[in-house]
Every structure is written in structure tokens, then in C-alpha cells.
Design a protein around this ligand. Structure first.
Ligand code: AMP
Ligand code: MG
Length: 489
């Protein structure tokens, strides 16, 4: 009996014309072994909770079931604002498509699988360091309730891979409803393959946005959906303090899910113009640029959809983006601060809070969580995050008087206990700080994967107090704030 007997596979992308991809077999790595297996995600596909050798053989591409039909997708995209026609899966493959228990089809994508026709100058490999970062961050984002690709498994190997130094090759099994990027549409647009462009849009509607088919103009409806999903995702990034680092259009999922984790970072100290990507000299993808860059990327997608959608419809969708983003962001920030009513001076209260955090270099996550603890801890615990406690005190008093104007369901003043317990459900105690990821990587490079497992476990429930893991909620050490993460992964 094979583990794959209970799994239902699909071949819907494989059934697309071959201009969409090239069939490619994975190139095996030496001495592959497990780093991590996501039992919870595995269960959604009726895969075993415990990984075994058959799974290792199949997912590492050494002995795949016959029904797997691996392929490298072709796409293009704008990288740092410049169009690159030559992109595609350069080191990843769509290994198979698999149906979940709920009947939805998911891609099983193997990252680090070897050379493809789209590898350009690359070696087709992924190193352990960056694969651990993607594994942990996609699971952390899922725990935070932010739309994301998922990670089913992570494998190490003895194959040497050369980056700034010699490292070892790893394989990440990524699971997502789709690996279709904005760049897929750009490829067919810029090569003048408009029938294929239409087919791609038809399939995206059929597979992911079936309700758009009932609209007067399904393609315009599709673009509206992409704009809205993207605005939601960006609002969540900004509210949680997540910087993606490489928002090229080939890293933008058509579903508005966080996609392709590279030099990302969660803010430690609140710094609006924080640049997490060491190779981003101009700060194009700085934290506070993300809302604008997403709009730029959506405009690039609009251009690619111009053979299918009226210009005025594309423009209308793009001009709705800012309002949608602000709406989502302000709802998220209100929830984080425990403020349900909309009162006149709230905008100034929010702005002053961000200004205060920025000026005094205060840890964003700790600050928000500490505000959520005001029913259990003294105000002093918030003030202690600041060197200039007086400045903090002034804002805190304003905030607390504002909280007194909140009402419960029957119109009575909302108790601080009720307010704070709701706030604790949206202000994470645990995030994947760069230094925590780095400690897990350092151990893993010595063959000890326990810290990867522990972090994955903690980050599954980031809003819950986990008393045995208090240390993981502490402020980062100074060295941990200065880690430089480059694109070379
Ligand atoms: P990224 O910025 O990581 O999303 O990568 C941009 C493009 O470069 C994608 O098409 C990747 O498939 C490709 N790529 C990145 N790293 C490698 C590598 N080591 N070997 C081959 N292709 C790569
Ligand atoms: Mg990419």
C-alpha cells in the first residue's frame, strides 16, 4: 500500500498547452533527509502525519509516483522596475497537483529541484538557510491569518551549493492553490500571444474566481478581484509590520497571497522606511513603499490585461485600490488598538502613535502586545519600552481616555478586560524575528533541527500566551537587529 493511494491528483495545469511550461524532471540531490514535515498540512491531503521514506523519495524527486508530471512554468516579470522577458521556474518545479479533503486543487511545488530551461545563470538550487526561512515564514504568516503559500516539507542534502560561501542544497515543498503570478500574464502580453493570454485568464477565473464568470465582463471582474485581494494582503503586511523585500511582479501571486519568501523581515523597532533586502540599494521595496509598489505592480498587470479589458475598467479598478487598502488597513489598526467606534480624533491618535514609535525606536510588536496587556500589567510596562517615558506617557493617557469611549454590545462602557482580550487575538506575541530564524539556521547547519521544529510550533499560535516560550517573545538582541539578508538564496 502506497501513501499516495489515498491522495487524489489532478493534471489541470499540465493539460494547458505547452507554451505555458516545459516538462522537466527534478535532478536528485545527494543523501537527502528530512528537516521538517508539516503534519497538520499533510492531514489536509490525507498524507501521513509521520514522514516516511516513500514520501522522501517522491517529494525529493528520486522516485516519484508515475502520476507525477513535473514541469517548469514559463513566466516573465518586472524586476526592480525593469521588464525581464526571460523568467520562469528557474529552480522550482510544479511536481504535481493534489486535491485536498475539501476537494480544492493545490500545487505541490518543489523548490531547489535543479536546472530548468529558465535557470539563466543560476544553478537551480536552494540552500538550507533560505529554505528554512521560507518554511518558517510561510507557516508564521498562516498562523497570523495572512494569505500565504504554505510549506509542507523541508529536506536537507549533502550536495554542495555555492553562494557567498559553500553551503548545502535543500528542498522545500511548497503548497499553494496557485503558482500563477502577475508575470504569467505579462509574458503572454509582451510576446503578443493574446489567445494564450485569454486562455490563462479563463482558467484563472474557472479555477479560482468562478463567480467572475457570471459578471457582465468576467475579465474586468477578475482584475477587480486581484486588486482587492492584493490590497487586503498589503494592509495585513503593513499592520503586522512585515516587509517582503522583493516585490517584483514575478513574486506577486494572482490570488493576493504572500509569495516567494526571500530577504523578508518583520520590523523589530518601528522604522517606516526600513529596507530588509541588503541588495535593494534604492529602497524600492522599503517597508513604507509596499502599498505604492503593489499599485505599481497592479498597473503592470493591468497593462498585460489590456487586450481583454477596457482601459476605463482597468483604470477604475486601479483607482479603487487606495480606498480599499486604507479601508482594510484602518480596520486592522482599529482592531489592534481595540477601538471599534470611529471618532473624530482617531486619525491623529494613530499618526502620533506611529510617530512616537519611530522617533523613539520602539519595538512594534512588543508595543502593540503590551497595549493589549493593560488589563493585567501596569502602564509602566508600556512606558518601559521607551527611554523618554514622558513622551510615551502623554500619548498613553490620550489613548486610555479614548478607550473609555468604547462601548460593549449593550451600549455600556467596554471593560478593559474585554478590550484587551480582543486585542490579544489580533496583536501577536510571537513573530518570526530575523534573529530567531538565524539561531534556528545556525543550529540546523550543524545538523540539529530542533529549533526549526520549536519555532514552527510556537508560530502556529502566535496570539496565545505560551508560558514555556516566554523567551521567544522578548526584545531582540542588538546583533539581531542588524542582520543583513541578501537575495542570494
Ligand atoms: P526570485 O527573486 O528568488 O523570485 O527569483 C527570480 C527568478 O530567478 C525566478 O525565475 C527564479 O526561478 C530564478 N532563480 C532564483 N535563484 C535561482 C537559482 N539558484 N537557479 C536558477 N534560477 C534561479
Ligand atoms: Mg520568485
Amino acid at each position: 500500500m502506497s501513501v499516495w493511494d489515498s491522495v487524489t491528483l489532478s493534471t489541470r495545469f499540465r493539460a494547458m498547452p505547452e507554451v505555458f511550461y516545459t516538462p522537466v524532471e527534478p535532478q536528485p540531490l545527494l543523501n537527502v533527509g528530512w528537516v521538517a514535515w508539516n503534519a497538520e498540512l499533510a492531514r489536509q491531503f490525507d498524507l501521513p502525519a509521520q514522514p516516511n521514506d516513500e514520501l522522501l523519495q517522491a517529494l525529493s524527486g528520486q522516485a516519484m509516483p508515475e502520476a507525477f508530471a513535473p514541469l517548469a512554468m514559463k513566466y516573465a516579470g518586472h524586476q526592480f522596475g525593469v521588464y525581464n522577458p526571460d523568467l520562469g521556474d528557474g529552480r522550482g518545479l510544479l511536481l504535481a497537483e493534489m486535491r485536498s479533503r475539501q476537494g480544492e486543487v493545490f500545487d505541490i511545488h518543489l523548490k531547489g529541484a535543479g536546472l530548468t530551461p529558465y535557470s539563466r545563470m543560476g544553478d537551480g538550487r536552494a540552500v538550507l538557510r533560505s529554505s528554512i526561512r521560507e518554511y518558517l515564514c510561510s507557516e508564521a504568516m498562516a498562523g497570523l491569518g495572512i494569505a500565504t503559500t504554505r510549506a509542507l516539507a523541508l529536506m536537507h542534502s549533502d550536495t554542495p551549493v555555492y553562494r557567498e560561501k559553500q553551503e548545502r542544497g535543500a528542498l522545500l515543498v511548497r503548497v499553494a492553490q496557485s503558482h500563477i503570478r502577475f508575470g504569467h500574464f505579462e509574458y503572454f502580453f509582451y510576446t503578443g500571444q493574446h489567445e494564450e493570454l485569454r486562455l490563462l485568464a479563463d482558467k484563472v477565473i474557472e479555477w479560482y474566481f468562478p463567480h467572475c464568470a457570471d459578471e457582465a465582463d468576467p475579465y474586468a471582474a477578475l482584475f477587480n478581484q486581484v486588486v482587492d485581494h492584493t490590497a487586503q494582503m498589503i494592509a495585513q503586511w503593513q499592520a503586522v509590520g512585515f516587509a517582503h523585500g522583493v516585490m517584483n511582479t514575478d513574486n506577486m501571486s494572482i490570488l493576493g497571497q504572500t509569495f516567494d519568501y526571500g530577504p523578508f523581515a518583520f520590523l523589530d523597532d518601528y522604522q517606516s522606511d526600513f529596507i530588509c533586502n541588503h541588495s535593494d540599494y534604492q529602497g524600492r521595496y522599503a517597508f513604507d513603499q509596499q502599498p505604492r509598489v503593489a499599485l505599481w505592480n497592479l498597473s503592470a498587470l493591468a497593462q498585460a490585461l489590456s487586450p481583454l479589458v477596457e482601459r476605463s475598467d482597468l483604470e477604475a479598478a486601479l483607482s479603487a485600490y487606495e480606498t480599499q487598502l486604507n479601508g482594510h488597513f484602518s480596520a486592522l489598526m482599529r482592531a489592534k488598538l481595540g477601538l471599534n467606534r470611529r471618532l473624530e480624533n482617531d486619525g491623529a491618535l494613530f499618526d502620533d502613535m506611529f510617530g512616537l514609535l519611530e522617533k523613539h525606536k520602539v519595538d512594534y510588536t512588543r508595543f502593540m502586545r503590551q497595549l493589549s496587556e493593560l488589563d493585567r500589567d501596569a502602564q509602566q510596562a508600556v512606558l518601559d519600552l521607551f527611554i523618554d517615558r514622558e513622551a510615551a506617557q502623554t500619548w498613553l493617557q490620550r489613548y486610555l481616555s479614548r478607550c473609555e469611549q468604547e462601548l460593549d454590545a449593550v451600549g455600556q462602557p467596554l471593560s478593559s478586560g474585554e478590550r484587551c482580550s480582543a486585542m490579544r487575538r489580533v496583536n501577536p506575541k510571537y513573530i518570526l524575528r530575523n534573529y530567531l530564524a538565524q539561531l534556528a539556521i545556525d543550529k540546523a547547519e550543524q545538523g540539529d533541527f530542533s529549533e526549526v521544529h520549536r519555532l514552527a510550533e510556537i508560530l502556529k499560535t502566535p496570539f496565545e500566551d505560551q508560558p514555556q516560550y516566554e523567551d521567544y517573545a522578548r526584545l531582540p538582541p542588538e546583533w539581531g537587529k542588524k542582520l543583513e539578508i541578501s537575495c542570494s538564496s
